[in-house]
Design a protein around this ligand. Structure first.
Ligand code: ADP
Ligand code: MG
Length: 219
């Protein structure tokens, strides 16, 4: 599903240069649940952002399916992200003015689906994450765990090839975190490819494979 080769990411700040990813290579299989762990500052989010095409690496190759992502034009890249990839972030990143169902339907409408179709689909995936009774709630009226479930529903609404999650349970208490984690495990069981950054060693053991980063390299 993903082939990463000799990935390098450097950040420039003034005269100094910070090497964050140092020649990282690995593959991810279709249907795999890959956990990325490592200390704070080891480059986990940076790696996820490069794989998720949210940022451009300094050098190296990222192939997703048969696509060399480096060859995509900016428009093709945006479309590819919208159609093929899904994202879950630590802070949920919901639009505060939109209800749960509107948050989930919006990316579908942006992809050209009719509002009625998008709403039907959004209601279905919200039901799937256990939020059937919360369709018309604003994020501010939902608990952290519920907000994260809305964000997972948004990430899966368009049947993405790959879901990228960056410490999706970091802001949740352990009980709620388990509920959210179980949704990922359920999706994984259904064959969804998932790449998840987590600092919880316990969660990493549930993954098919664990990739540990240390100072920008794979241990
Ligand atoms: P992790 O997610 O493992 O905690 P990050 O990938 O966020 O680590 O960060 C790795 C290193 O890169 C850190 O030293 C961080 O300060 C630095 N870094 C991350 N993003 C930027 C940026 N946009 N500009 C400069 N340095 C950055
Ligand atoms: Mg991070």
């Amino acid at each position: 599903m993903i082939k990463v080769k000799n990935l390098v990411k450097k950040y420039q700040s003034g005269d100094s240069e910070l090497s964050v990813l140092k020649d990282v290579s690995f593959d991810v299989k279709s249907g795999e649940l890959l956990a990325i762990t490592g200390r704070s500052g080891s480059g986990k989010s940076t790696l996820l952002y490069q794989l998720g095409l949210l940022d451009h690496p300094t050098s190296g190759d990222i192939h997703i399916g048969d696509i060399d992502t480096d060859q995509l034009s900016p428009d093709e890249r945006t479309n590819f992200r919208l159609k093929e990839l899904g994202y879950v972030f630590q802070d949920y990143a919901l639009i505060p003015e939109l209800t749960a169902i509107e948050n989930v339907a919006l990316p579908l409408i942006m992809q050209g689906q009719k509002t009625s179709e998008a709403n039907t689909k959004a209601a279905r995936v919200l039901d799937k994450v256990g939020l059937k009774e919360r369709l018309h709630y604003l994020p501010s009226k939902l608990s952290g765990g519920e907000q994260q479930r809305v964000s997972i529903a948004r990430a899966i609404g368009h049947n993405p090839k790959i879901i990228f999650a960056d410490e999706p349970t970091a802001n949740l208490d352990s009980e709620t975190a388990k509920t959210v984690l179980n949704i990922f495990l359920e999706l994984h069981k259904e064959g969804q490819t998932i790449i998840m950054v987590t600092h919880e060693p316990e969660y990493a053991t549930l993954a098919d494979r664990v990739l540990t980063l240390s100072d920008g390299k794979i241990l």
